[in-house]
Design a protein around this ligand. Structure first.
Ligand code: ZN
Length: 86
């Protein structure tokens, strides 16, 4: 199992990047799960039809275009971790 990081907000809420390992914790109380980004086949004019994946953060930047969905998800997680934990 990979490292699971949690942050605690000023209100006492636990903040985490969602993964299925959190389901047991989520079931202990009230949880709000929000979409943080859209990871989708790239539609930009430069990459259309080339099988790339783009990551657009909700209310945030376009992280870029990646050669695989796994690379796109890794970039998404890295960005979120920097926002939440650093
Ligand atoms: Zn692109």
């Amino acid at each position: 199992m990979s490292e699971q990081r949690l942050a605690i907000s000023a209100d006492g809420d636990l903040l985490a990047i969602y993964n299925d390992d959190l389901r047991e914790l989520i079931n202990q109380g009230h949880a709000e799960i929000v979409r943080a980004s859209h990871v989708e086949p790239c539609q930009c004019t430069e990459h259309e039809g080339r099988g790339l994946w783009s990551v657009q953060m909700v209310n945030g930047p376009l992280l870029g275009c990646f050669s695989s969905r796994d690379d796109a998800l890794a970039a998404e997680t890295e960005y979120l971790a920097a926002q939440l934990f650093d």
